[in-house]
Design a protein. Structure first.
Lengths: 493, 649, 102
């Protein structure tokens, strides 16, 4: 089982695509498709053949990198990272497929950026040396910024810079916290260490951890994103090329949630507990504010972007309720939102490629010509507003059910997000597919085989997880997760 | 077949019950327009026939010895509980995809599959010409799937799945003719308004789970009765929230506004979803959770009052409508009000019985109305009809049968069920004489608006100039006649229903003898009073002479009160000003995202500094030189002042 | 020989310097700017010489020779630029050369 191989394979495939583009056009697409497929298959086989028990964090690689600072190249896996990496690789496939015809300029370099950022994301999900984590955090950032800045829509430079500054500033705050943690380790043991496992056993004074926790929290809250630091997201999502939006919504936001689970909650249990009411309130505000803003948008991609903020609010609320049901709900939300928002952005991309507009006012009555697209769009909207039977319902239901145990009032307020999501879901679906036909019939074709493949694979997964969520939840029922949560909950007693 | 095979087989049949329409739905959606009318229709009807036969079979297996049949499909998800989080001491609660059949769900599935089958047959003929016929039948099938899951669910989460599923199908079918703006808006309104109720229901589930650690209906009822006494605070809030869900789905006050608009959908949809089945889901929910509701007498009282208020409001609104389908929609609201009233009074089986008979006769009324509307080239206004008695005798007869049931004239099915409700109101703990008067007044209103409808549409001078195009389809006639027969003889099911529901609902131990002797006579006489009153009051509608002399007077009255009633007592505009406008205004106000603006202040500030500094870079050498000189001079000045002041001191 | 007081020399030098400086910032013609620059350099030279003689040190004269050399090099460069400027822009107006503005 080698995660390094996965990352190197992705980078290599990307580089190959870049090189081959000059020799033979079109090859870049196939090379990246094959790379992602091969890597995905390798990951699946390697997982099945490995003997580790991933219910706890298993250290896979540990090599000295910068010995003088005790910085190591250390990677580890548990079920959380496995689920998120699987999601990443699956969405990578979707990304490659949706950009098949959309990108015609510097195709090789495009796919290199795409695969490089995916390699970075895989790294983020596995790194347990915090310096390495920070390194991957930056690695995934730069190619995505390039994706937005080079292949984005009309306002791409602004959006790319905004995205970059937001994430950069917040990750610098995290860097300060990382360095501080390592110095605390130095004070207590006489040695610098960036290793996550070493940090877990540190005895931290509460007054200090509150600030350190905030340092991490801000970085991850920006990535999640949570109100009030969400405003990079609508711009970045709107201006990014389709695959960029899919990647941003599907996986990049999940790194924020992953960081909250892995680092904020587990390194600073007491501080998180003290901070929880604020964080949960931010989550609820995000849910409602995102839903309300989504309703107000005229731009299809902006609407979906704001709906992402709303969905991520559920994650924030659930994570900071320290409850096993809510925790499962949060993880399920990550997967479900990854799939459904990816699908909605892919939909926006497909509509854009047909009518060259993202403005809802230019749409309407598409069902007449594109019944298949309409059917899928309906299913994905239904997923977004949490129709039972699809993955998002179980996710939201578990999140709210768990959160209710701790914050009854907040959860009841958050439940109004269900109404808000129905409103924007209806607006989205109806203004595109219902009503009088806005454009000439020959302008819009129904789904091509490639698009059909993208949509049907996403929908199948959404339905499967929606009807049989235990396929995922079983991994998160183990005692050790309960222990972590009990630890955090136990501090109160 | 051996004896021990039979239960297994029953379970299997029960497990497959909702899946026939599901298979048909998938096939219809996948194959779409490639299917001919004959194939698509037979596919969807065959699925319904299979479901109906299966439900007949499983219902026949229910007996006194086997009051409940369950069927486990798979575990949906498991809810782990923190230690000691609840009083029941288990570590996890499984939410299963389980079907649970008892007397109550048996009544419901027989209505859903039976009436559903007849409406499918009607729809196959009615929608034959529509180019999206297979999509229509697919939605209808999907609706049946969701509805069956709703009534068969053994836990509230699965019920919620069906609950939302029927909501989605209702949305799709109201907006079936999606090119019309009005239909689109009606569909959106229906979905969002019911979603408000659904959210209340969801919050109710959260509280239930926190308090009891269960979401399985049987366990909830048992545990609640063990842990709580009547009047418990938790039971109060939970049932209040469940009532919120029921009110949304069943179009009761205060969430009733979506139903009249929902008539934008094709008529079979109005019959199936917005009369016979989906709108009664709220009634089913309350009946299903009766164990919990009995613990909250105040909420039972609210249920009764809401039902009474809705039935009066809807009856008054029905008096002023000009669209035949809207009259029927308001009448549906009002009849569901009766059911609610009955549930609130603790007369659960009477309410459920009325649910069933109402499904028969309201489906008949809607479908006949649909047939009439088609014959009149999609003319729905009552004021444009008239004299149809002679021109469409078959439809008139069927419609009359429906109206007789609706008015609850003795002998019809509606009579048995409505009388059963009214009889139990007077001495109920949670209802009482006042509500009895409301119910009687409602019955009076019912007969008046029914007569008005009948006179306007079928009697008097014909006001429809063109030739009629009555459908000659045998399918259509068959389903109408079958429904008419059911409506007429529905009363004979009274005993069967009573028996099958006896296991589900607590025994009624009240003493009925305290009722005054005149109660029944008044209740029976009321519709006749209404008919006699209408005969004279609406004389102009039925007499040919007056109609012929001044045709122009046959327009909807534009007086203030009439408009007010026609618009459903202005609830729509009330909500529009109270909720919709402010939400849209807020959304408009903050479209640019105030948080974004605040954060972008940083960028603006940096830009400002940039501009200020940039303006000093003129590129003019002489300015630079002057600036250097000036700066040096100032520097020297400061220095010398400094030196002088130090020397002076 | 009458010893000239240092203050007189410094007043002369600063007067010359200010005259030169005013010339630099008021003149548009590059040639005059160069000449004014020369005046400023010479003013500094005068100050050096004066200070050298006042303190009886040779450093002042050494610095003056340095300035003289510098001025010669500067004039050579400046005039070369001037010719280039005349050729390219057909003008000696210094304000035309403001491409470097922000």
């Amino acid at each position: 089982m080698s995660i390094t191989l996965v990352m190197c394979g992705l980078l290599f495939g990307g580089a190959l695509a870049w090189l081959l583009e000059g020799i033979k056009p079109q090859s870049a697409r196939w090379v990246s498709l094959l790379t992602v497929l091969v890597i995905g298959v390798y990951f699946a086989i390697a997982l099945n053949s490995t003997a580790y028990d991933f219910s706890t964090l298993q250290l896979l690689v540990r090599v000295a990198w910068i010995p003088s600072f005790h910085i190591e190249y250390a990677l580890a896996l548990d079920y959380l990272s496995i689920v998120l990496i699987s999601l990443t690789l699956f969405l990578a496939l979707i990304c490659v497929l949706v950009s098949w015809q959309e990108i015609n300029d510097k195709v090789g370099f495009y796919y290199f950026n795409l695969l490089a950022s995916i390699a970075g994301i895989v790294g983020v999900f596995t790194a347990v040396d915090m310096f390495l984590f920070f390194f991957f955090w930056e690695v995934m950032l730069l190619p995505i910024t390039a994706l937005i800045a080079i292949w984005g829509h009309e306002d791409r430079h602004f959006a790319a810079i905004k995205f970059f500054i937001f994430t950069q500033v917040s990750s610098l705050i995290m860097l300060v916290a990382i360095i501080a943690m390592s110095f605390i380790h130095y004070q207590q043991t006489g040695q610098l260490s960036f290793l996550y496992q070493d940090w877990l056993i540190l005895d931290l004074p509460l007054s200090l951890t509150q600030y350190l926790m905030l340092g991490f929290f801000i970085a991850f809250a920006v990535k999640l994103p949570s109100v009030p630091v969400h405003s990079w997201l609508p711009d970045a999502h709107t201006q990014a090329p389709t695959a960029g939006s899919v990647l941003l919504a599907g996986v990049l936001l999940k790194t924020g949630a992953y960081g909250l689970i892995r680092f904020v909650l587990q390194l600073f249990p007491q501080a998180s507990l003290n901070f929880a009411p604020v964080a949960a309130t931010l989550g609820v505000v995000s849910i409602l504010y995102g839903a309300k803003m989504a309703f107000a948008q005229q731009d299809l991609k902006r609407l979906v972007a704001y709906s992402s903020i709303s969905h991520m609010g559920f994650v924030m609320l659930a994570l900071f309720s320290f409850n096993i049901i809510a925790y499962q709900g949060a993880i399920l939300t990550l997967v479900a939102h990854g799939l459904s928002s990816a699908a909605l952005f892919a939909l926006a991309g497909m509509i854009y490629s047909r009518i060259h507009s993202r403005d809802l006012n230019n749409m309407g009555g598409f069902w007449l010509n594109t019944p298949r697209m309409g059917g899928f769009a309906l299913a994905f909207c239904a997923a977004a507003f949490g129709l039972p039977g699809l993955a998002n319902f179980v996710a939201e239901f578990l999140s709210l059910l768990g959160a209710y145990q701790r914050y009854p009032i907040l959860t009841i307020i958050a439940a109004f997000g269900l109404i808000g999501s129905a409103i924007y879901g209806m607006v989205l679906f109806q203004s595109v597919f219902h009503g009088k036909r806005q454009v000439k019939p020959q302008a819009i074709n129904d789904l091509s085989a490639r698009e059909l493949l993208v949509f049907s694979s996403l929908l199948t997964l959404l339905i499967f997880i929606g009807l049989y969520p235990n396929s995922l939840l079983d991994f998160f029922q183990s005692e050790n997760i309960k222990l972590v949560l009990n630890n955090t909950a136990g501090v109160t007693k | 077949m051996t004896d021990n095979m039979l239960p297994l087989m029953t379970e299997t049949v029960l497990a497959f019950l909702p899946f026939y329409p599901l298979i048909s739905f998938v096939l219809l959606i996948l194959l779409g327009k490639r299917l001919s009318w004959r194939l698509a229709a037979s596919l969807s009807i065959a699925a319904m026939v299979l479901s109906a036969l299966s439900s007949l079979f499983v219902i026949s297996q229910l007996s006194v010895d086997i009051p409940v049949i369950t069927s486990h499909l798979w575990t949906w998800f498991t809810l782990s509980l923190a230690e000691g989080a609840n009083q029941t001491n288990q570590s996890a609660a499984s939410i299963n995809i389980n079907f649970y059949l008892d007397g109550l769900s048996a009544v419901m599935i027989s209505v859903v599959t039976g009436v559903g089958l007849l409406i499918h047959i009607f729809a196959a003929a009615y929608m034959k010409a529509d180019e999206n016929f297979s999509r229509f039948m697919a939605y209808m099938n999907l609706f049946i799937v969701a509805m069956l899951i709703l009534v068969l669910a053994d836990n509230l989460v699965l019920l919620y799945l069906g609950w939302e599923g029927v909501g989605l199908c209702s949305f799709l079918l109201i907006g079936f003719w999606y090119q019309e703006k009005a239909n689109v808006l009606a569909a959106r309104k229906a979905f969002i308004v019911t979603r408000i109720g659904d959210t209340a229901l969801a919050i109710g589930l959260f509280i239930l789970f926190k308090e009891l650690g269960q979401l399985t209906i049987v366990d909830i009822t048992q545990n609640a009765q063990l842990l709580w006494v009547a009047g418990d605070d938790k039971a109060y809030w939970i049932t209040l929230l469940l009532l919120g869900g029921a009110v949304g789905k069943s179009a009761q006050l205060p969430l009733q506004t979506w139903l009249p608009d929902a008539m934008a959908g094709p008529t079979p949809v109005s019959a199936l979803i917005h009369a016979a089945t989906m709108v009664t889901a709220g009634v089913y929910l309350i009946a299903r959770m009766n164990g919990l509701f009995l613990l909250a007498p105040e909420v039972m009282n609210y249920v009764a009052w809401l039902g009474a208020a809705t039935l009066l409001l809807a009856g008054i609104a029905a008096l002023a409508q000009s669209d035949i389908k809207r009259v029927l929609a308001y009448s549906t609201m009002s009849q569901i009000g009766y059911m609610m009233l009955s549930l609130g009074a603790g007369a659960f089986s009477a309410g459920v019985f009325h649910l069933m008979t109402h499904a028969f006769f309201k489906a008949l009324l809607f479908l006949t109305a649909g047939a009439i509307i088609v014959a009149l080239h999609h003319q729905q206004s009552l004021f444009k009809m008239g004299g149809l008695l002679k021109r469409l005798p078959f439809e008139t007869a069927l419609f009359a049968v429906g109206l007789v049931c609706l008015m609850a004239l003795p002998g019809s099915s509606g009579f048995f069920s409505k009388e059963a409700i009214i009889a139990q109101l007077w001495s109920s703990d949670t209802a009482g004489p006042l509500l009895w008067y409301c119910a009687i007044f409602g019955a009076l209103l019912t007969s008046i608006y029914s007569c008005r409808l009948f006179f306007l549409a079928f009697m008097g001078e014909s006001r429809f100039e063109q030739n009629l195009q009555p459908s000659s389809s045998k399918l259509l006639k068959f389903s109408l006649i079958a429904l008419a027969v059911l409506s007429l003889i529905g009363g004979v099911f009274a005993n069967i229903i009573e028996m099958s529901l006896a296991e589900v609902f607590p025994l009624d131990t009240r003493i009925v003898e305290s009722d005054p002797y005149w109660l029944h006579s008044v209740a029976i006489a009321t519709p006749f009073v209404g008919i006699i009153f209408s005969w004279f009051y609406f004389a102009s509608y039925r007499s040919k002479e007056s109609a012929a002399s001044n045709k122009n007077t046959f327009i909807a009255s534009s007086s203030g009160i009439a408009t007010f009633c026609r618009q459903g007592l202005a609830f729509d505009s009330f909500y529009h000003w109270l909720l919709v406008k402010p939400y849209c205004y807020l959304a408009q106000l903050n479209r640019r995202d105030v948080f974004d603006q605040l954060l972008m202040l940083n960028a603006w500030y940096v830009g400002l500094c940039h501009d200020v500094l940039k303006s000093s870079q003129t590129g003019k050498l002489r300015w630079y030189a002057a600036a250097i000189g000036l700066a040096t001079f100032l520097l020297l000045l400061v220095l010398s002042v400094d030196v002088i002041s130090t020397e002076a001191s | 020989m009458i010893a000239i007081p240092l203050s007189h020399i410094l007043i002369l030098a600063s007067t010359l310097f200010v005259i030169g400086f005013v010339g630099v910032i008021t003149r548009k013609n590059t040639l005059f700017i160069l000449m004014s620059l020369e005046v400023m350099l010479n003013a500094v030279g005068v100050a050096f010489i004066g200070a050298g003689s006042a303190w009886q040190q040779a450093d002042g004269q050494v610095m003056f020779i340095l300035i003289l050399t510098l001025a010669a090099a500067e004039v050579a460069l400046g005039l070369a630029l001037l010719i280039q400027m005349q050729r390219r822009f057909k003008s000696l107006d210094i304000d035309l050369l403001s491409k470097l503005k922000g």
